[in-house]
Design a protein around this ligand. Sequence first.
Ligand code: SF4
Ligand code: SF4
Length: 229
Amino acid sequence: MIIVQQKPLKEIFEMTKNLKKLLIVGCDGCSSVIQVGGERQANILKSLLEINRKVKGEKDPSAKAISILRQCDRQIVTTALDPIIKDYDAIVSLSCGVGVQTIADLFQSTLIIPAIDTKFLGMHDTKADKFHEMCTACGECILFETGGVCPLTRCAKSLLNGPCGGQANGRCEVGGWKNDCAWILIFNRLKERNRLDLFTKFRLPKDYRVSRHPRELSFKAENEEATEA
Ligand code: SF4
Ligand code: SF4
């Protein structure tokens, strides 16, 4: 999922300063699942904005908190916000950068305030209460060859043929030997699966043209091409 983190309140207060009618919009997708940006968090942020204004002796903002199914879907955003957006000076979004940009693109005359920082694509370890970056969406997945460990993301140097000379006892020199060396993990996984042939395979430099921004994908066009062929 997309891992996000709420911005410091000071920053949110500054961005919403002097705005009277605020619509605080949570997202029931990734940011809600990790309890950063769902309906509950939208309501909490509304209360904090109101308290901050009271403490500073300013007039209350007229704020409303809602949450929508997904802020990264144009149709869902249009259906949810189109009937009400005209009543507000600004929208405070509790979604990842994709959701913020979807709203900004659909409602170009409304001020959009991001209350969330988008961090990375990651795995949630609920027991340890930690998030780990796992994938950088390179566009051509090679996890089959690497025992299910992504070297592009989990090797600090994104090496396609490793390990480098900077590993010691299975730990990576980058960051002071705190993290596992991804290539030692890959070696161990492939050994366990009797596929060390994949470990010794030489991988050519990656073709980064497939991951150049901004990317587009149309399943409809691809299906039509496949049908014609
Ligand atoms: S190789 Fe790594 S970065 Fe590329 S798609 Fe697979 S997991 Fe993601
Ligand atoms: S020690 Fe391992 S994880 Fe660190 S940069 Fe070298 S190969 Fe990558």
